[in-house]
Design a protein around this ligand. Structure first.
Ligand SMILES: NC(=O)c1ccc[n+]([C@@H]2O[C@H](COP(=O)([O-])OP(=O)(O)OC[C@H]3O[C@@H](n4cnc5c(N)ncnc54)[C@H](OP(=O)(O)O)[C@@H]3O)[C@@H](O)[C@H]2O)c1
Length: 249
């Protein structure tokens, strides 16, 4: 089952910069009819909106704010592609005395995706089609000790993605897990690795949405993780799916 980007209506969180902005631009380049661009400060979307010929609809959307998430689900009830991209990496010392950094990482990266999923999944399910794409990270598959609590939050996104996929199996709604390695954005500015461009990552994500894939590894470093993922995490997920299907039969 595949989903065409041409003439589609999409919503992207964290759309004002980095990977999110690149996804909006890539959606437009592939002929999306309308893109709801979520940002905490809609003024930061001005250039995207101005360049889009009316196709980008700005939405005030802080994913930690339940009222704004509910308002977005209502305003964008015609969206068939929902990209949960917004994220933060606060790179704190795991052993310091404050939980502020990890709590913020979980509030945005995990609870934000859960809020969005709860708001949008029912309407996609009713339509019987669409894609929810959740941006996790290869750091969600194995903990990177330079950002341990960020990795924890991305592991939670990975698990949430699997759970959402299990629950939406058979509804026509696809759930895509996105696993980038280092990408050249503000979030990764202090990381020394070779970084992929946001534009290439965005196009790889859209290819995956169009092909109906269940996960995508968006760059060279991430693709090195794919074989171990397929043999490990994915094999366990598919085994669980089969076991549940047999129990329900
Ligand atoms: N860059 C990498 O190497 C890398 C690797 C793996 C995964 N990722 C993931 O890719 C996604 C995009 O990150 P990026 O690299 O593009 O980082 P970025 O350039 O720092 O962009 C982060 C985006 O998230 C938004 N955001 C932060 N808190 C938010 C909130 N509470 N509600 C709504 N939006 C919020 C930011 O908006 P403001 O401008 O308002 O702050 C910004 O638009 C994240 O989920 C990140 O974890 C990135």
């Amino acid at each position: 089952m595949s989903q065409s980007i041409q003439d589609s209506i999409a919503l992207v969180t964290g759309a004002n910069r980095g990977i999110g902005k690149a996804i909006v631009e890539a959606l437009l380049a592939r002929g999306a009819a309308k893109v709801y661009a979520g940002a905490r400060n809609p003024d930061s979307l001005a250039d995207l909106v101005a360049a889009s010929g009316g196709k980008v609809v700005p939405l005030q959307l802080d994913v930690t704010d339940q009222g704004q998430v509910d308002a977005a689900a209502s305003a964008a009830s015609d969206a068939t592609i929902v990209v949960n991209n917004a994220g933060v990496a606060l790179h704190g010392d795991m052993f310091d005395n404050s939980l502020k950094g990890p709590e913020r990482e979980f509030a945005v990266n995990y609870w934000g995706v859960l809020r969005m999923t709860r708001a949008f999944a029912p309407q996609l399910k009713t339509r019987g089609s669409g894609t929810i794409a959740n941006v996790s990270s290869i750091a969600g598959l194995t903990n990177f000790p330079m950002f341990p609590t960020y990795s924890d939050s991305k592991a939670a996104v990975h698990s949430l993605t699997q759970g959402t996929r299990h629950l939406l199996t058979g509804t026509g709604v696809k759930v895509l897990g996105v696993y980038p390695g280092p990408v050249d954005t503000d979030l990764a500015k202090d990381i020394e690795f070779t970084k992929e461009t946001p534009a290439n990552v965005a196009n790889t994500i859209l290819d995956a949405i169009e092909s109906g894939a269940e996960e995508v590894f968006t760059d060279e470093m991430a693709r090195d993780y794919a074989p171990a993922y397929e043999a490990g995490h994915k094999a366990l997920e598919l085994g669980t799916r089969e076991m549940l299907a047999q129990e329900q039969a």
